[in-house]
Design a protein around this ligand. Structure first.
Ligand SMILES: *[C@@H]1O[C@H](CO)[C@@H](O)[C@H](O)[C@H]1NC(C)=O
Ligand SMILES: *[C@@H]1O[C@H](CO)[C@@H](O)[C@H](O)[C@H]1NC(C)=O
Ligand SMILES: *[C@@H]1O[C@H](CO)[C@@H](O)[C@H](O)[C@H]1NC(C)=O
Ligand SMILES: *[C@@H]1O[C@H](CO)[C@@H](O)[C@H](O)[C@H]1NC(C)=O
Ligand SMILES: *[C@@H]1O[C@H](CO)[C@@H](O)[C@H](O)[C@H]1NC(C)=O
Ligand SMILES: CC(=O)N[C@H]1CO[C@H](CO)[C@@H](O)[C@@H]1O
Length: 633
């Protein structure tokens, strides 16, 4: 058996070798490659009177036969674990510009390239070609433009409105006055009370859903955790150490954490159907609600998101500086300026290559799936039609993913290779074509919708679960088991990171088609078990009262955290620390700051706007009340 394994391994190895791929390098050989990241001292450079600091991305070029170059190419070919070591990222200080009498005509790119050519030639017998460069001498400053003025004024008006309303509330507010005045909507005091309000446990139908708040909050913290690891991959002191993470199976939980967005999708489908059925007990079901609900949802999701988008496109330019600023934020600012309208219409996940608020693909996909789910809800009003339509769409959804993966030769899941993370995921075809589209996320949404129908039905017939509750062991397992199995599915993706040639397209297609639906199914089971009170391990944790506050803030936190990560990353002038301790500290910092900054965003923007819209769309007051309690994210 073991000799067989060895044979297979050897075969793989030789096979791999025949393509000229180097999977492992020892330390000595690794050091022969030019450093991937190298930065001159930034402060020292700018303190010189003539100092100009340039960060540049460049490629190495060989002009004479060069074994190190060949080694670099072969080592970089193992893309799933290795950086592309022929794409370097350096910070160069140009201080000796005595010969440059006219700064405005000085070709910085030429000078930097000459510098690099010289040093690479003497050290490695290589030349360089700059692909991207940005220089600054701190003295320059962006001019305010019309966009800045408009956004600034709008924000100022919003803040003033809140301040004035708060004072009105303090002076004229009457606790006993039942009908709210205009200023109650914008009063910070009122909204603060609403933020701190505990979950309303008096409504017996909504009471079981309390645990979803906790689940959502925990998932939000995980999403932020994943995103905080991005800056480290952009630039660090020891890329070898990061490349070795990919050999560690536990880290694959981190690299494949892209799966957890599926749980959000399940919850979203669940809440849509459940809330809609409750609201339709008193209303007539009609197609008229389709545009109305869509508009309501648009109005609810848009204000905090629009604020972040507008600030990113305008004022964000002025706050940042530092050697990493162009790399971590430059493209985002540029794309937000160009594509903001696509973002406001929630169609940007269908256009390519926009780096603007990259996390917002989910908001767009969720919006589109919401419309899709609502159409199904309105079209299938009898249980029988649902039993046909839901499974049909579930399998169509799976087929779509499989077809995409097979025809476009994509990966089984988003493979977070060092290069992909370093480029903040935007270059990965699997991310662009499958992960962030809505029609490829249908299966999990359908699962959530199915659970919504079931739960409503179970509540209606008052399903008695005492029979199942007798099996204590089974009930106990219902919590940890889906989580463990779900993690297992995530870790299974580590197969695609093996030291071997890329796996066959059949295998990738099979994984792509099954992994997400099975993962979604496991968590649908967990969610059902929690709300049916079968499962008590996670439920007790998730029903903690504080989660309801975090859950209210989670939408704002989701919108804001990437901006904070980008901003704090740009404050650094040296490559980022890659030790686990430093990353944990950074994570906790980002988490706390995101939540703290979400509070003003929620108080000043999200909540007042929601209440104002609701006032205008009051006619279906019952639904809004329900949705107020369990806001869909
Ligand atoms: C590293 O590997 C190279 C060959 O690939 C070998 O010549 C060298 O001796 C090795 N160095 C160490 C320290 O093992
Ligand atoms: C690495 O980058 C170089 C330069 O852009 C490119 O030519 C090469 O194809 C890349 N290697 C891999 C394996 O993608
Ligand atoms: C400045 O120009 C002179 C003559 O063109 C050249 O010899 C010298 O090396 C240059 N100095 C620098 C720092 O480029
Ligand atoms: C520098 O170059 C610009 C553009 O070519 C020109 O307008 C300006 O007069 C030059 N300044 C000096 C001091 O040569
Ligand atoms: C650097 O070397 C490359 C390759 O030989 C060459 O094309 C380029 O012009 C050089 N750049 C400078 C500024 O000399
Ligand atoms: C503006 C933009 O990025 N448009 C892109 C939308 O997506 C299509 C294909 O998916 C591209 O061809 C467009 O360039």
């Amino acid at each position: 058996m073991s000799s067989k394994m060895l044979n297979i391994f050897l075969l793989l190895f030789i096979f791999g070798e025949s393509y000229g791929v180097i999977y492992k390098l020892n330390e000595t050989d690794y050091q022969r490659m030019p450093a991937l990241f190298k930065f001159d001292n930034y402060e020292e450079c700018l303190s010189k009177p003539e100092g100009i600091y340039c960060t540049t991305k460049f490629e190495i070029i060989k002009i004479t036969p060069n074994p190190v170059y060949d080694m670099i190419v072969e080592f970089s070919k193992h893309t799933v674990k290795h950086y592309n070591h022929s794409k370097l990222f350096y910070g160069v200080c140009l201080s000796d510009n005595r010969n440059q009498t006219n700064i405005s005509t000085w070709d910085l790119k030429q000078s930097v390239e000459a510098r690099l050519n010289e040093s690479f030639w003497s050290e490695h017998r290589l030349r360089t070609k700059i692909t991207d460069i940005s220089c600054s001498n701190e003295k320059e400053d962006y001019k305010l433009d019309i966009g800045d003025v408009i956004v600034g004024t709008a924000c100022l008006i919003l803040v003033l409105l809140n301040v004035v309303a708060s004072f009105c509330d303090l002076y004229f507010g009457d606790e006993n006055n039942k009908s709210p005045e205009w200023y109650h909507y914008f009063s910070i005091r009122c909204n603060w009370r609403r933020l701190m309000e505990p979950f309303d446990e008096t409504n017996p139908r909504l009471r079981p859903l309390k645990c979803l708040n906790g689940l959502r909050s925990v998932l939000m913290c995980l999403v932020i955790l994943i995103h905080t690891s991005v800056p480290v991959f952009v630039c660090n002191n020891n890329p070898r150490y990061l490349e070795q993470w990919f050999d560690n199976i536990y880290y694959h939980l981190l690299f494949n954490a892209t799966f957890i967005m599926q749980i959000f999708i399940v919850i979203s489908g669940f809440l849509l159907i459940y809330n809609q059925q409750i609201s339709d007990e008193s209303n007539e079901i009609s197609w008229k609600i389709l545009p109305k609900r869509t508009l309501e949802r648009w109005l609810r999701l848009t204000p905090p998101y629009a604020v972040i988008l507008a600030l990113t496109a305008t004022w964000f330019r002025h706050v940042g500086s530092g050697p990493f600023w162009p790399e971590v934020a430059g493209s985002e600012i540029r794309d937000c300026r160009r594509y903001w309208w696509q973002h406001l219409l929630y169609i940007h996940n269908y256009s390519n290559e926009s780096d603007c608020t990259i996390q917002s693909w989910y908001i767009a996909a969720d919006m589109q799936l919401f419309i899709f789910g609502l159409i199904i809800y309105l079209a299938c009003r009898t249980p029988r039609s649902r039993k046909i339509v839901l499974p049909t769409f579930f399998f169509i959804g799976i087929a779509i993913v499989a077809a995409h993966t097979y025809l476009e030769n994509l990966d089984g899941t988003v493979i977070c290779t060092p290069e992909v993370i370093r480029n903040q995921i935007r270059i990965d075809p699997t991310f662009l074509k499958v992960y962030r589209r809505s029609h490829t996320n249908i299966p999990c949404y359908i699962l959530g919708m199915g659970a919504g129908y079931l739960f409503y039905y179970w509540q209606k017939i008052n399903l008695n679960l005492d029979k199942i509750k007798k099996y204590k062991m089974l009930c106990w397992m219902l919590g940890p088991l889906p989580v463990v199995l779900g993690s297992g599915i995530m870790v299974m993706a580590s197969y695609f990171y093996m030291d071997a040639p890329r796996s066959s397209v059949m295998l990738r297609t099979m994984y792509a088609a099954t992994a997400k639906p099975v993962f979604g199914l496991l968590f649908t089971v967990l969610i059902c078990a929690m709300i049916m009170k079968l499962e008590n391990v996670f439920r007790t944790i998730f029903e903690w009262d504080c989660w309801s506050i975090v859950a209210r803030l989670s939408y704002c936190a989701y919108n804001i955290h990437v901006t904070i990560i980008r901003y704090t990353a740009s404050l650094s002038t040296v490559p980022f620390q890659q030790s686990i301790m430093a990353m944990v500290q950074y994570y906790i910092f980002i988490l706390v700051v995101s939540l703290l900054l979400s509070i003003p965003l929620w108080l000043l923007v999200e909540e007042p706007m929601n209440r104002v819209w609701k006032l205008y769309l009051r006619s279906s007051s019952k639904t809004t009340q329900v949705q107020e309690k369990i806001k869909l994210k």
